[in-house]
Design a protein around this ligand. Structure first.
Ligand code: HEC
Length: 204
């Protein structure tokens, strides 16, 4: 036998009881969730997402260009949009300001190795990003920072073209679209390798 001091043990006992109740409920929920119809009956809310709703979220673009939408844009078109929507945070020429630098200092700015203690400050599109399609994907899903998702496909192609041009990756008159963008080879392409080291003790 042990003595319970103050309210500590009873409180803990109550907490444990609630945890048990929650566990049982979660397990029961998991059982019902296996059958779609029953889930609707049990909870009485929700509906299947429509094809349009899924399409609105399904915006990932892969390194090989899969997922790129129709549309196109040039560096010149992107420059105008950049001034209006991006320069305030990233600097007039992408040199950085309130927020990240987007452009290399020079075409031969080296790839920042992991051993570089200031690597964070040295990584930018022109010397660190291995795929051009990621620039499109990133801007489309997250910029401008205060209003992500508001840019049209043409605007994102144009901004991507502008940033690739400022980074000395594509010429000034290159048009970016679903066919041309995946063919752009980034300076950092091939600088990364799969970390498949197995010389450690696996813990399961
Ligand atoms: C209100 C400020 C703001 C505006 C405006 C803005 N950004 Fe950003 N941007 C940020 C912040 C903050 C980050 C870092 C976000 C993070 O790390 O999660 C960022 C990150 C980025 C990056 C990734 C940089 C890197 O190397 O990691 C890109 C590319 C970018 N922005 C492009 C744009 C473009 C293009 C526009 C205009 C359409 C834009 N941003 C407008 C604040 C802004």
């Amino acid at each position: 036998m042990y003595q319970v001091k103050g309210g500590t043990m009873p409180d803990r006992a109550v907490t444990m009881t609630w945890l048990l109740v929650i566990c049982v409920c979660v397990m029961a929920g998991a059982t019902f969730a296996g059958e779609d119809d029953e889930e609707a009956v049990v909870y009485g809310f929700g509906r299947p997402a429509t094809a349009e709703e899924i399409a609105a979220w399904d915006i990932d673009v892969r390194p090989d260009g899969k997922g790129l939408p129709a549309g196109s844009g040039t560096p010149a078109e992107g420059a105008a949009i950049y001034v209006a929507q991006c320069a305030a945070c990233h600097g007039a020429q992408g040199e950085g300001g309130l927020n990240d630098r987007l452009v290399v200092h020079s075409a031969d700015e080296p790839f920042p190795l992991a051993s570089d203690v200031n690597a964070g400050q040295h990584r930018t599109i022109g010397n660190y990003w291995p795929y051009a399609t990621t620039v499109f994907d990133y801007i489309r899903r997250s910029m401008p920072f205060t209003a992500p998702g508001t840019l049209t496909a043409n605007e994102v192609y144009s901004l991507t073209a502008h940033l690739l041009h400022l980074n000395h990756v594509i010429p000034e008159d290159a048009e970016m679209n679903a066919q041309t963008l995946p063919k752009v080879v980034m300076p950092a392409h091939g600088k990364f390798r799969l970390d498949d080291r197995q010389d450690f003790k696996e813990v399961h």
